[in-house]
Design a binder for this molecule. Structure first.
Ligand SMILES: [Mg+2]
Length: 122
């Protein structure tokens, strides 16, 4: 089982600025059995409301400095955080998560390699 943590701003299409990852990928990850959540500087209330609005059942919502808590909540998994800043990278490293840069890395190919897709595009 793999845990996928998504940053919001600059990473997901619903971020400000919008990132290149559509919510279809997020849904695809959930449907494929990944443990999916968001990890952002946005307050938890904002994150929870965002997922409620889009009717997406995230397994976790955390602030960036609390990414390590996800490890405790879902032990013995593989972990990746996807984000667009040095802070994301630093927090991922600190929480012992793999890190994929949502702009500099080929993140869509990474997601496709996990078996995920955006059915409206792919
Ligand atoms: Mg960001």
């Amino acid at each position: 089982m793999q845990v996928i943590s998504f940053d919001i701003d600059g990473t997901l299409e619903v971020g400000d600025p919008p990132g290149q990852i559509s919510l279809a990928y997020v849904l695809s990850a959930i449907e494929n059995g990944y443990i999916v959540g968001s990890c952002s500087d946005r307050p938890l209330s904002y994150q929870k409301e965002l997922w409620k609005q889009h009717n997406i059942a995230m397994k976790f919502t955390v602030l960036k400095q609390n990414l390590h808590e996800v490890r405790l909540k879902f032990p013995k998994n593989e972990y990746v955080h996807i984000g667009d800043t040095e802070v994301d990278q630093m927090m991922a490293k600190g929480a012992d998560f793999e890190f994929v840069h949502s702009i500099d890395d080929d993140v869509l190919s990474y997601l496709k390699a996990l078996g995920l897709s955006d059915s409206s595009i792919d």
